[in-house]
Ligand binder design. Structure first.
Ligand code: FES
Length: 151
């Protein structure tokens, strides 16, 4: 099953070795993260040392070697968001979810992480849930946002 997915992804690229980043993007999109056994497999398939595959996978913040929740939450801690109260908002998510930044909820519905500037500082403080952007948020809005994504 996994082998089929890997073959399907690799078949999209003519020069697999120079398409490593795009291949990793596709794999992450499919699996939600980059499982170690898949990276080992990829390294053999495209003949790139595992150390090189791992260094690319860990260099880019967009890649994750750990499973993430179905709805990844990113709380922006960049300067604009920080001065507008990002820290208490992060803490409100932590309290409400019962996890710390960098962790997943037990049911794997949410994961919580901080990021440095999402690129819409005019909306600070900003939080992303999956692809959805929430601007000018306050602690009071946290329960309402989470409610939308509850199972
Ligand atoms: S600092 Fe948060 S969006 Fe730029």
């Amino acid at each position: 099953m996994n082998q089929e997915i890997i073959s399907e992804i690799l078949s999209k690229y003519e020069d697999e070795q120079s398409s490593l980043i795009a291949i990793l993007q596709d794999l992450q999109e499919h699996f939600g993260y980059l499982p170690k056994e898949i990276l080992i497999n990829i390294s053999k398939e495209i003949n790139i040392p595992l150390s090189r595959v791992l260094s690319v996978a860990t260099f880019f913040a967009a890649f994750s070697l750990k499973p993430k929740g179905k709805h990844p939450i990113h709380v922006c801690m960049g300067t604009a968001c920080h001065v507008r109260g990002a820290q208490p908002i992060l803490e409100a998510f932590e309290r409400k979810l019962g996890i710390k930044s960098g962790e997943n909820t037990e049911d794997m519905n949410f994961s919580l992480e901080t990021v440095r500037c999402i690129g819409c500082c005019g909306l600070a403080p900003v939080v992303m849930v999956g692809e959805d952007v929430y601007g000018k948020i306050s602690q009071a809005k946290v329960p309402g946002i989470l409610k939308k994504y509850k199972k």
